[in-house]
Design a protein around this ligand. Sequence first.
Ligand code: 3HC
Ligand code: NAI
Length: 701
Amino acid sequence: MTSANVVKVTERDGALLIEMDNPPVNALGIALRRGLMAAFERLARESALKGAVLTGTGRFFSAGADISEFGKTRENPLLPELIAFLEDLGKPVVAAINGQALGGGLELALGCHYRIAAPAARMGLPEVKLGLLPGAGGTQRLPRLIGVERALAMIVTGEPIDAAEAKTLGLVDDVAEGDLIGAAFRLLEGAVARGVRPPRTRDREEKLAAARADSGLIDRIAEPLLKRQRGLPAPRACVEAVRAAVTLPFEEGLKREVELFAQLVNSPESKAQRHIFFAEREAAKLPDMPADVRPREVNKAVVIGAGTMGGGIAMSFANFGIPVWIIDQDHESLDRGLARIRENYQITVSRGSLAADEMEKRLARIHGTTDWSVLAEGDVVIEAVFEELDLKQRIFRMIDEKARPGALLATNTSTLDVNKIAAATSRPEDVLGMHFFSPANVMRLLEIVRASKTSFDAIATAIAIGRRIGKVPAVVGVCDGFVGNRMLHRRTAQAERLLLEGALPQDVDQAVVAFGFPMGPFAMGDLAGLDVGWRIRKARGTKAPISDALCEAGRFGQKTGAGYYRYEKGSRTPIPDPEVERIIIETSKRLGITRRPISAEEITERMIYPMINEGARILEERIAMRASDIDVIWVYGYGWPVWRGGPMYYADQVGLGQIEARLKHYAETLNDETLRPAALLSRLAAEGKGFSSLPVQPIAI
Ligand code: 3HC
Ligand code: NAI
């Protein structure tokens, strides 16, 4: 792409209209930076030109710096130079913010002398989500425009604001209801007519006064914001950079910002977060999908089963404006499900995160029924009944009979064979798995399970639906547990073994939390309920001695006030329980196991490496297309810390040789064949390579 292609410059009544046209998001890569510099230089050079309007084409003003350039040598002009040149130009430039202005895109607008936004525009500095801080003056200019308190909130959380709020805060001068470019030119004309020197954001000091007069203010504002960010370096650096805006002259503040940015961009955390940014977008791309495949149109959904998952799935559709029918077998189950949906919304309203009238709008999109004829209404049908193959096959025969031709037919099964479910219909090409995670209205991961006969346009439709309802789709193949739960199963098995060998639930949970997960496996088990797995094990004739013993003692987890921990009435805080210790020690004894002290290091390795090993097997079997898809699944479905980049990325950082050696060691010392390194892991280790060296592969069908 040349700079002439990505910046369109036209003359209008003695001023320039400069349009950024670098699809898809107007990322400020080198071509765009050069094109903009050329346009600004022309404006400076040609005395007949009185100013300019700067805007973007499409849905974006600009989504910021080109993330793929980070970590490489970047070519001049760099963004800070470009913005400094613009700000000092001496002729007014109006930013006409037509859509999203994020990161460097917003920083560019902050360097303009005036800003006017379309009503649908959104503005934010999301760099912190990539383990970075705004590195093109955002931390110095934003507080000058909107004050330290709001600037800190935007920079430390990375959350964007809308045009109306931007106007209230003084981030934009105006919101244009109609013709944005026309309004921007009128603003420019007014400024030119007044003949004043174009105002530079850097010169505005009045909104810094409060923080300058009160040296404790920044820390008081920052403390609650940082609390939610788990001591990561980027949010702390964001605060330091804003502090520099208050305590240092502008130029020195900028230098401090650049220094902090340079540290962060090379940090392992930011590298991992950038890996996940791109991995998330890759996970729904199939190497074998023909380029002309288009998703089918979806306007209405039908969900079968108003239980935990069905209710959450229906809420996900309603939250994004899609009407949905829920079918259940009888009025009692249906009413219970609908009541739970209302209750869930009410909790969100009472927390202040949802307006009451918005709740009513969402509820109005959800219709409950026991009448199966509504199946004909659905462009997508998602089945979420009990986990029984016979039942699901029966339901799919009914769906086949009643659903309209071309409807997407999905099952939310977590363990059953999607091929067998698809075979119950006369149209297996329309059938796939849409595996949501609990709570389905909150968790962002959506495993899309491609069965052997699923058509490409069915997969494309599931991906499009997933994106529309705010999910992160990852396409996987058919196997027991698919990708996420199959790996989790390895961790669960080791967690239980660790208890038998000498650890206590709190030791294991502490190690997992210290690694960066929000919760350990036992606290999670208590939250989900231990009875579910117990029933499955009884049906399958398998055992998990400690979990079974707890269930036999009536300890089902939080719902009974006791599980691996005990819980005070009305509290969700796990409290270590001597009674559990007694049950564990007794079980070890009964099984003839001599307990031993187990180090935190061993616990962490046994919680993480067996999962990586299973991930390798999943890649060998072509259940996943790429190692990075597995990373996405763990970050969005299981709380893997994003700053560690997912299990397979993490494995590459540790080194596969090291992981292979530790797995061999544990396989031998614990006499556990499941811990033998997968062939793929051993091969890559021998070649000195990582999982990231593997080419993308089509899913085995
Ligand atoms: N740099 C490079 N590529 C980018 C990009 C960026 N800043 N933003 C998006 N893209 C790419 C995506 O990778 C994707 O590529 P693909 O089609 O090949 O997969 C394509 O643009 C479209 O992106 P999405 O699929 O994400 O499109 P959406 O419409 O769903 O979302 C978005 C758009 C909200 C802009 C989202 O892409 C996003 O959040 N982008 C990142 C924004 C950001 O973090 N900006 C700050 C960058 S850091 C910075 O500016 C540093 C500065 O302070 C110096
Ligand atoms: P649930 O027991 O809460 O809900 C099942 C619902 O299906 C009940 O409302 C029941 O009345 C209804 N149902 C049963 N038979 C029916 C029939 N013949 N016709 C219509 N409705 C019928 O179960 P849950 O947890 O929602 O699970 C549903 C599915 O989702 C299962 O396949 C499960 O494996 C899967 N899943 C569950 C997850 C979880 O964490 N609970 C996570 C991901 C998937």
